[in-house]
Design a protein around this ligand. Structure first.
Ligand SMILES: Nc1ncnc2c1ncn2[C@@H]1O[C@H](COP(=O)(O)OP(=O)(O)OP(=O)(O)O)[C@@H](O)[C@H]1O
Ligand SMILES: [Mg+2]
Length: 226
């Protein structure tokens, strides 16, 4: 599997008028491949999340293409793109967003449940993976706790488990260690490394210098340029 950004760009309006285009990402190429961890660093505001969201099928580029094994993601209709995201991609969002009223287990199974019935074997397998991941991330005691009661670091680890539980082909991790202590940071990064060793393509955006120790490829963003 290969996911490729080819000359993608994204601009926003800043201030009034058509002339005030601000390029968050300038024509950029980046390829993610199965088994590889790509770590993206760069200053705040340099365009890392914007690039990641375009590659994850969440933000339509203003130019260029995102190709999954040669097929343009954004040529798909909305329902097909949603299905592809659900079945192929896992996302650890920068904001560590969870559904506050649902329990940890319900949060993790939710993406799988949207597309599958509970009796499906894939659902059972996701649940098994989920329990293993929670154990590795040292939050298995929180299984039935409502997400709104979690600390920031606990919520972050739930997002990591949620992204990996269905064994997606690609995982996008936007600052996956930003609320974690040193030991939990190492655990979280090794869990992501393990996913790559098991065949996943992993993209990590991080300010954490330690993340680069787990990388096969390191890239840096600077004012929209890679
Ligand atoms: N929806 C939007 N509308 C307008 N400007 C935006 C939007 N999203 C991002 N930007 C701008 O694009 C630039 C890049 O944002 P982005 O979130 O990609 O940065 P980042 O590298 O992820 O930063 P950080 O490390 O702080 O998360 C920023 O200057 C931001 O203000
Ligand atoms: Mg960001």
């Amino acid at each position: 599997m290969r996911l490729e950004a080819a000359a993608v760009e994204k601009w926003f309006f800043r201030g009034k008028g058509d002339r005030n285009r601000f390029y968050a990402v300038q024509k950029t190429d980046l390829a993610l491949a199965s088994g590889k961890v790509t770590v993206l660093t760069g200053r705040s505001g340099s365009g890392k999340t914007t690039l990641m969201h375009m590659m994850a099928g969440l933000l339509v580029p203003d130019g260029g293409q995102v190709l999954l094994d040669g097929k343009d993601l954004y040529a798909l209709d909305d329902a097909s793109l949603s299905r592809l995201r659900n079945q192929t991609f896992g996302m650890i969002p920068q904001g560590a967003d969870v559904m506050p009223e649902l329990t940890v287990l319900e949060n993790i199974l939710l993406p799988r449940g949207i597309c599958m019935r509970e009796r499906d074997s894939a659902y059972a397998e996701t649940k098994e993976n989920c329990l293993r991941l929670l154990e590795q991330l040292e939050i298995s005691g929180l299984l039935d706790v409502r997400a709104k009661e979690l600390s920031g670091g606990e919520r972050r680890r739930v997002c990591i488990a949620r992204a990996l539980a269905a064994r997606p082909a690609v995982v996008f991790a936007d600052e996956p260690t930003s609320d974690l202590d040193d030991e939990s940071t190492r655990t979280a990064l090794s869990v992501l490394r393990q996913a790559a060793d098991d065949g996943c393509a992993v993209m990590i955006v991080s300010h954490d210098a330690e993340a680069t120790d787990y990388a096969d490829e390191k890239r840096k963003m600077d004012a929209g340029h890679l």
